[in-house]
Design a protein around this ligand. Structure first.
Ligand code: UDP
Length: 331
């Protein structure tokens, strides 16, 4: 019998890659997804349960029926800009949803959770790279919902013995190296997919949100981590909790920051196509720079990104948009 992990949001971008990595490591991933933003055809490595995390009774029944040993919780709304426009939706989906899931877990006797947190919980830190001990002062509703969930999990862990691994991701991107999954958001708002779309000539020119930040070239700097490296770290976190180690909070990034203009100039080197772009106003809620110190994840989990070199990320993401990878970039 393979140990069963319930993957909330398993039909989404990071969740589906995590399901593939879990299956490869000998676990059975059971996806729980309401399919509002997830894709049914991304659920390939275990059963799909179509339900909302806020439906406590349904979730408790699913946990019991599948004899779930651990929960990996991705299901959330995750657009910084949208969270500024629709904060109520973010608090309901992310905070109320997580509380409902935690209650269902308690009802079903499931005591371990890997939680999908975010570098958005740090806000605008005084120092880079960002360590796990950096004060968390989020500057947008999305980041605040993730921070509240972290605090909720910690409080419940103290009271009930719930065990957790908190994984604070930086910018997830790329796609399955074997081409079995891709990045598809509805609507697409993320930088790399939109920049690749602009490079095809079918999309609009990329609007660069802010060219006057206090960064080396004036555009925002982010730490872009390949989704398959993130997925692998989730499996390592599951193994960490299965082995009975203490609760864990780690950053998952690469430690290297790229500006938007650096991403745009790498695209022609990989695809031979130059994305058109135009300067635009800053997007509300965007910090100028977010780069991870990943030494804790390396030390405790053995985390080592394997696919997160920028050109590899672009090579794996490009086919989703029908872009060919040029030969000398493929080495
Ligand atoms: N960005 C941009 N134009 C776009 C989409 C994103 O300039 O059309 C910028 C965005 O302001 C941020 C960076 O690219 O500085 C990464 O944004 P994304 O939405 O991909 O991820 P986030 O950092 O919000 O998680």
């Amino acid at each position: 019998m393979r140990p069963v992990v319930l993957v909330t949001g398993g039909a989404g971008f990071i969740g589906s890659h995590a399901c593939k990595a879990l299956a490869a490591a000998g676990y059975l991933p059971v996806t729980l997804d309401n399919l509002t933003t997830g894709h049914r055809d991304a659920v390939k490595w275990g059963p799909l349960e179509t339900a909302d995390i806020r439906n406590r009774a349904a979730v408790a029944a699913i946990l019991k029926r599948h004899q779930v040993e651990m929960v990996m919780h991705f299901a959330a709304a995750a657009y910084v800009g949208e969270s500024v426009q629709k904060p109520g939706f973010y608090y309901d989906n992310n905070v109320a949803g997580t509380l409902s899931l935690l209650t269902a877990m308690r009802l079903a006797g499931v005591h371990r959770i890997v939680f999908s947190s975010s570098c958005a919980t740090y806000g605008i830190p005084a120092l880079q790279p960002i360590r796990e001990t950096t004060p968390q002062q989020p500057i947008n509703p999305y980041g605040r919902t993730k921070l509240i969930c972290e605090q909720m999990i910690q409080d419940i862990a103290r009271a009930t013995g719930l065990r957790f691994a908190m994984l604070r991701y930086f910018n997830a991107c790329g796609a399955d190296p074997e081409g079995e999954l891709s990045e598809r958001h509805r609507p697409e708002t993320h930088l790399i997919p939109l920049a690749l779309l602009a490079a095809t000539g079918r999309g609009n020119p990329l609007r660069v949100f802010g060219t006057d930040y206090d960064t080396p070239d004036g555009t925002c700097v982010r730490d872009y981590i390949h989704v398959s490296d993130l997925a692998e770290a989730h499996v390592q976190a599951v193994q960490w909790l299965m082995a009975g180690h203490e609760n864990l909070t780690v950053n998952l990034g690469t430690g290297i920051g790229y500006s938007i203009l650096e991403i745009l100039s790498a695209i022609p080197e990989v695809t031979g196509r130059t994305p058109a772009w135009s300067p635009a106003a800053r997007r509300a809620g965007d910090p100028p720079m977010l780069v991870a110190d990943t030494s804790r994840a390396q030390r405790l989990l053995g985390f080592q990104p394997r696919h997160s070199e920028l050109k590899t990320i672009l090579r794996h993401a490009a086919p989703t948009f029908g872009l060919k990878v040029i030969e000398h970039a493929a080495a």
